[in-house]
Ligand binder design. Sequence first.
Ligand code: DSN
Length: 423
Amino acid sequence: MPNYDSLKQRDPDTYAAVRGEMQRQIEGVELIPSENYISAAVMETMASVFNNKYSEGYPGRRYYGGQIYADRVESIAIDRAKQLFSAAHANVQPHAGAPANIATYFALLEPGDTVLGMDLSHGGHLTHGHPVTYITKIFNFVRYKMQDIETGEIDYDEMLAVALREKPKLILAGFSAYPRELDYAKMKAIAEQVGAYAVADMAHIAGLIAGNAARNPFDDGFDVILSTTHKSLRGPRGGLILTRQAELGKKIDKAVFPGFQGGPIMQMVAAKAVAFKEALQPEFQQYAKQIIVNAQCMANKFMQSGARLITNGTDNHLLLIDCVQSWDISGQQAEQLFDRIGITLNKNIIADDPRKPMDPSGVRLGTPAVTTRGMQESEMEKLVEFMLTAVAKRDDETALQKLHEEVKTFCKGYPVPGISAEC
Ligand code: DSN
């Protein structure tokens, strides 16, 4: 981990913010399902001299000189990503998840083409066609939903009917707030029937797939998988696009650069290489499995208390709780309440939510970060107890302050990788 001596001297204001965030991460519990803690090795690489290098193009085909080490590190990242996800081709340059999504649309579609993706309130993502995004001015998005909110089962018959009617060129599997596994084989069969590409956005579950704890959509014939690298995969902030067949990789590469992005952020590409190496280790498989065990343990404990979970449980790393029905408070109130005791999660809309996104009915929480800290089932039970006590004593400021101190003491037993309290 950097020692921050120069920053401390050069810019005390920024140092104070960095230091404050470190303290917050050490003393608090991170349950936002898309967040995680990177290793010291990934952090060192992110702060490396690759920041100083422009590398437009791809290894062996660049527009600037001086690429010997940039080529080397990007090739390492590509090879490891291919190995990790059984892909024929990997593009490790997308700056984040949204650019990876958009570059994939441009690689595979023509303006006006139709994409069939998951409805946002049923778990989909903004980049899967929400009207607030500019991409909906270029492509036409239609949606599928859960058939049964109690089980999370997708209505695949309806998906086929919509696909036959709307003739999408791309069918998108993937989500940011859906606690169940999708049936990739059924989706691929529908895509084949209508001549669409089958694309999976695995941003949330990339670590579970890499750790063999969730199904790899390539095993069911998906054409493209795209992802972020910083969620359950536990790498630097960034994106990744993989293809099952090498031929499609050429279209993806052209769409990422020069089609959509400029130069790659090479220190992040290098840090992706490090994170992929970490994810290839046997202990990462154990980590991925424990994420799910922990999430299911939490889900059961909440449900035993009478809380209403969307789909009544989870198959992956995340839970969605209907706070209005469970505790008679909104998602916003629940987020703020848990913040007061040092437990971070996020308010979230639930399926067909009658409330607005800034004050929705639910909260979303997940276990990748706490599992990285070494927490297991007994710790999950303790965390749920903290949260249920906060709900029960939500009007008692003294009780909440006491609870916050208990959370801080609890956290001391679980160091955050890559962060030292002593800097
Ligand atoms: N912001 C990410 C998440 O929290 O799921 C998705 O973009």
